[in-house]
Design a protein around this ligand. Structure first.
Ligand code: ADP
Ligand code: MG
Ligand code: MG
Length: 364
């Protein structure tokens, strides 16, 4: 009943959008009547929907609009947001409500209304700002905590949350709060996992099991079609972890403390240096599966700081070729917690640190 209609109010900022995009959106939306939900400005284009900054009963919100062609993604994203316990976690995007309605041209449109994150996605934030050590650690730790929670099956009294694979973890599907804490979003491809069960045998979705995700972040087994579909949980969690490793690389490359006395390099997506802005599936396949290449560590990271050493180790253990050798999200979370406590300048051969940290994963 809240959604009597909506309209585009203004489109001042045209960041990230071509004029054509904005016009297209304006033409599509302009004729709507006004209700308590207003769409104010197109702020993002996802793979499945257009995202608007909007206003719901005086509250600033973000509205993701799915066309009828993407209705399955809408249903799937909404069913993820509605899972028990999900909305209580600090590192999952806040879902407010949803609505399905007929557009003026007779097509069904589906809307997800969620909290508005003014900094946008992590990738956007990092392309505009460098971050200091503690901030970078906290942001990546937040992403990891969110993923670790997602991957965990939970029972709290009557409530049951199955383990979930995100399946499209990228720096564009992480949103940044004003205090720079981070949340996971973009659950349109996510899947509930049941241990030791095949991935929906015979289901008409089973083709897609190995074919979702963003090409740039696809793991070797997805690219090589070597995904073991006999055990969904075993197959899909490491796919997320591979992408997490790439996300760490993108983030820490913008960490000012890891480039002492140097300018911090410009933000780059993983493999942007190698393959540019629109890598083709075949090119990523050759690079990642055949040549076993991974993003290159900057020269500055060759100095022997314990923090950098630990970080590189963690990234490498996330993006291992062999999916079974990768860290679990819980383990990555623990690593990030430990790395956060390090000074980025502590030397690797400074043994006083190790002996003063009993129980550390790095002590022998
Ligand atoms: P898709 O799943 O179709 O890729 P996303 O949910 O990832 O769509 O949204 C696309 C983009 O829109 C994001 O990368 C981000 O830049 C922006 N965006 C999405 N949700 C919000 C939000 N709640 N607040 C601010 N920006 C958002
Ligand atoms: Mg997205
Ligand atoms: Mg999405």
């Amino acid at each position: 009943a809240l959604f009597l209609g909506y309209r585009v109010m203004k489109r001042r900022e045209k960041r990230r959008l071509s004029a054509a995009d904005v016009m297209e959106a304006a033409n599509a939306e302009a004729a709507r009547d006004v209700g308590s939900l207003e769409l104010l400005e197109l702020i993002g284009r996802g793979r499945y929907g257009s995202v608007f900054r909007g206003c719901l009963n005086g509250q600033r919100v973000a509205v993701k609009v799915f066309s009828s062609a993407n209705r399955k993604k809408f249903l799937s994203e909404r069913s993820m947001y509605r899972l028990p316990l999900l909305q209580q976690h600090h590192n999952i995007a806040r879902f407010l409500t949803s609505e399905e309605k007929m557009s003026t041209d007779g097509h069904r449109e589906s809307l997800i209304v969620m909290e508005f994150y003014p900094h946008g996605c992590l990738s956007e934030y990092l392309s505009l700002h460098t971050v200091d050590w503690l901030t970078c650690c906290r942001m990546t730790h937040d992403v990891t905590k969110g993923l670790s929670f997602l991957h965990t099956e939970l029972r709290r009294g009557e409530l049951y949350k199955p383990a979930v694979a995100h399946r499209d973890l990228t720096s564009r599907n992480v949103l940044v709060r004003p205090d720079l804490s981070c949340v996971l979003a973009g659950f349109g491809a996510s899947m509930k996992l049941t241990s030791n069960k095949p991935c929906h045998p015979g289901d008409n979705d089973s083709m897609a099991i190995s074919e979702v995700g963003t090409v740039r972040y696809m793991s070797p087994e997805v690219l090589g079609r070597g995904l073991n579909l006999k055990d969904c949980e075993l197959a899909l969690k490491p796919v997320d972890i591979y992408a997490l490793g790439l996300l760490y690389w993108e983030s820490f490359r913008r960490c000012s403390d890891l480039f002492p006395g140097e300018t911090v390099p410009q933000y780059q997506l993983a493999f942007q240096e190698e393959l540019g802005n629109h890598p083709r599936f075949e090119d990523i396949q050759v690079l990642v599966v055949r040549d076993k290449r991974r993003p290159r560590f900057p020269e500055a990271w060759k100095r022997n700081s314990l923090a950098v050493w630990s970080l590189k180790e963690t990234m490498e253990e996330c993006w291992e070729q062999d999916s079974e050798a990768r860290l679990t999200a819980q383990c990555a979370e623990q690593r990030l917690a430990e790395v956060t406590l390090l000074s980025p300048h502590t030397k690797l051969d400074d043994h006083s640190w190790r002996s003063s940290q009993p129980g550390s994963v790095y002590s022998e």
